[in-house]
Design a protein around this ligand. Structure first.
Ligand SMILES: [Zn+2]
Length: 373
């Protein structure tokens, strides 16, 4: 079934958005840095993933906002998102390819197709004394962050994934997914949350996060929902606040850091064949996190910023009506196999241009971390 959604005639999709949001994006300063010499090695890496975001997601966002932060990123590539034994993939194997440099099977996180654990870029960063962080708008144990911070054959083993992620020394963990830390989700019925709270500064709401004196926080666990944190209208400025806090904490390490930031809703809302304005809001909110990353990079030029998705969701196509205005159509309520954009800036950015495989992205990331002196 094809669900058709028409954007209003000659009115720009921009007109669908709240005036405040537009003012904010119109007033935001342009930032960015000059290209680094080829072969340069980054001190820190900020890897932003809009789950499910393919070319049409970005097109809608670009039509809605001429000043998208991601437009400042001048190295652009297209990622072949296939998995080890399949063509149209899912978040678990695609995130595993980014995290480990190895294509895997559906549902597997942080393990190769042989089910054996593979070192992730986050673990390689920890080994070199870098700080590390994982952040998402869905459960922190969901497939994308799990692929970087855990090793499981089944992405659904959320209690075990929560334990692996929260006991290995990751400095910043933020998202939803409190339920996975409760005794009921743990195989031995241990109250993992109580245990982990002894090692982390712990917050349960964005208000609490805002009130923290971040200068005195070394390790931060923020679990802002039992499960998913929901769409922008439900989670508010959470992604902005979480990104700001993560960069403040991780940025203090002179050895640099690796931070992965995910917005899940560009995938979830495309699965639901949501109206164009919902998808646009998610992409613009995500682009706000990209802007924060680029502002950080402007102050710290030895930072590599990467922005991409993990696969396309919804088969979104942009056809037109009798006035040649955009009509958004979904071909699917599931994932598709289209090549997806990746944007890069900073030291090492040149490695991510052209058509590139998802596992090549992961191998490049690990090589860049290992190349540090
Ligand atoms: Zn999905």
């Amino acid at each position: 079934m094809i669900r058709t959604l028409t954007l209003p005639g000659h009115v720009s999709p921009l007109a669908l958005l709240p005036p405040l949001l537009l003012m904010l994006s119109a007033c935001s300063p342009r930032v960015g840095s000059s290209p680094s010499p080829p072969g340069a090695v980054p001190q820190s890496i900020i890897f932003l993933i809009a789950d499910g975001a393919g070319p049409a997601h970005w097109t809608l966002a670009a039509f809605a906002d001429e000043e998208l932060a991601v437009r400042q990123m001048k190295t652009v590539g297209l990622i072949d998102t296939r998995g080890f034994d399949h063509t149209v993939s899912g978040s678990a194997p695609t995130a595993t390819a980014y995290a480990t440099g190895v294509r895997s099977r559906m549902g597997m996180v942080g393990v190769g197709p042989d089910s054996l654990p593979r070192e992730t870029v986050l673990e390689a960063a920890m080994e070199r004394g870098m700080s590390t962080g994982l952040m998402t708008t869905t459960a922190i144990v969901d497939a994308t962050p799990a692929a970087f911070g855990a090793h499981r054959v089944r992405r659904s083993d959320s209690g075990i994934i929560a334990r692996q992620m929260s006991t290995k020394g990751i400095d910043v963990l933020m998202g939803g997914g409190r339920a996975a830390f409760r005794a009921g989700a743990q195989p031995d019925a241990i109250d993992l949350l109580a245990e982990v709270r002894q090692k982390y500064t712990y917050v349960e709401s964005i208000d609490e996060l805002r009130r923290l004196d971040l200068a005195s926080v070394d390790r931060l666990l923020g679990l802002f929902a039992e499960g998913d944190m929901g769409v922008v209208s439900a989670r508010g400025a959470a992604l902005h606040d979480m990104t700001t806090a993560a960069l403040r904490i991780l940025g203090r390490n002179p050895n640099g850091f690796f931070l992965m930031i995910e917005n899940e809703e560009s995938d979830t809302q495309a699965h639901a064949n949501a109206p164009a304005e919902v998808v646009i809001r998610e992409m613009l909110d995500f682009d706000g996190a990209v802007r924060l990353a680029l502002e950080y990079q402007a102050d710290h030029p030895q930072t590599l910023v990467l922005v991409t998705g993990d696969h396309e969701t919804g088969g979104i196509s942009l056809t037109y009506d009798q006035r040649r205005e955009v009509v958004m159509q979904y071909a699917s309520g599931a994932h598709t196999g289209v090549l997806i954009p990746i944007f890069a800036s900073g030291p090492g950015a040149e490695r991510f241009g052209g058509i590139i495989r998802n596992d090549e992205v992961g191998r490049a990331l690990i090589e860049l971390v290992r190349a540090r002196r």
